[in-house]
Design a protein around this ligand. Structure first.
Ligand code: SF4
Length: 357
């Protein structure tokens, strides 16, 4: 089951819905613990996302928007809800599905079948970009060479660029991803635990990458994962819920469990962690990475070569540890004392087995 977190909706008993006061309550809303009926749940769920989109001016009329689609619950619900809201509120968006095929047999090939069905179900054109075409390697081949250590580093770095390249091919103005409130709270905690100030300062931003090739936005920034699961369940949406066969991520998994525990005691904890992340101020003495471009491929990078080029060089030379951790690599001659911003700990790429990028 996806992230080990698939939960059937909590039964709400025989009470009346506390919103409409007419129909029987069908669930207890995880975010507010209100007992509500399905119809009211759909309405508040969709309306909250609409408000987030409007208040944060995520889209402009006429924009082309790619939805990062993994076939998982988050991106499937995002594709469904965005199509609905686009129609209902006349956003005037041209929506597309954009998928990345990492080349993981028994996982991504199956989840892409789901995305292909979503293409038909929602009438959204689909573009798939693959690691094999872009980098000459599949994740299956990479894991064969490097084993199950650091595989997610390669995968996360490659995915970030792959998504940008796919977005460029689709000529979109923006990429919308299915990162939800739980993901963002988890990322705030991880960045604190790692002392990664640069990422901590931007991981709560609802729009990122405005200085890069194509901005990304997170319409689900305040949407709880449990509510996404409920919505997908009640609407009977077609999504894929198996975890990546190469997923280790003990560290992220620990942060996730911690947040789930907090949520059980106090559901607001998720929103409060996000707010804490937003309110952190970076000391003016903290040196931030300077953004430049990779000398090799032209992608944004704070180093001479971007992380993807360093990792690829290592793979092609049979030295896969190049670019991992402290090993020596092509960037070592630039001593700027800052961390690689496209690097191994790419939090925005959501390095997990059930990626919604
Ligand atoms: Fe890639 Fe995620 Fe699988 Fe790691 S767990 S190999 S990042 S798809």
């Amino acid at each position: 089951m996806e992230k080990g977190e698939e939960e059937k909706p909590t039964k709400a008993g025989s009470r009346l819905c506390c919103i409409c006061n007419q129909r029987r309550a069908a669930l207890k809303r995880p975010k507010t613990l209100q007992q509500i009926c399905r119809e009211c749940f759909y309405e508040v769920f969709e309306e909250e996302i609409h408000q987030v989109i409007v208040e944060n001016q995520l889209f402009k009329p006429g924009e082309r928007v790619a939805i990062g689609a993994s076939g998982g619950k988050d991106s499937t619900v995002l594709a469904y809800v965005l199509s609905e809201l686009n129609r209902r509120h006349n956003y005037g968006l041209d929506l597309f599905l954009l998928s990345v095929d990492e080349g993981i047999t028994g996982y991504r090939d199956d989840s892409l079948e789901t995305v292909k069905r979503n293409e038909i179900q929602y009438g959204l054109p689909l573009k798939i970009v693959s690691y094999k075409d872009l980098y000459g390697w599949t994740m299956d081949e990479i894991v064969k060479m490097i084993g199950l250590k650091n595989n997610c580093t390669f995968c996360g770095v490659f995915r970030r660029q792959a998504l940008d390249r796919g977005a460029a091919l689709l000529k979109v103005d923006k990429v919308a991803t299915g990162h939800n409130a739980d993901d963002i709270a988890e990322t705030v905690l991880l960045n604190i635990l790692r002392g990664d100030i640069a990422r901590l300062s931007r991981c709560t931003s609802i729009v990122t990458g405005e200085d890069g090739p194509i901005p990304r936005c997170k319409p689900f920034k305040y949407t709880y994962e449990k509510e996404i699961v409920m919505y997908a369940y009640f609407k009977r949406l077609d999504y894929f819920s198996t975890e990546c066969i190469y997923s280790p991520n003990a560290y992220r998994g620990f942060a996730r469990e911690f947040i789930k525990d907090l949520e059980r005691i106090r559901p607001r904890a998720i929103l409060d962690i996000i707010q804490s992340g937003e309110d952190f101020r970076i000391s003016t003495f903290t040196k931030m990475p300077e953004q430049g471009t990779c000398e090799r491929c032209g992608y944004i990078s704070s180093q001479k070569w971007c992380k993807a080029c360093v990792l690829l060089e290592g793979l092609n030379r049979g030295l896969p540890k190049l670019g991992i951790g402290r090993s020596r690599g092509p960037n070592n001659d630039r001593k700027n004392g800052t961390k690689e911003t496209n690097g191994a700990k790419s939090i925005e790429s959501k390095q997990c087995g059930t990626l919604d990028f």
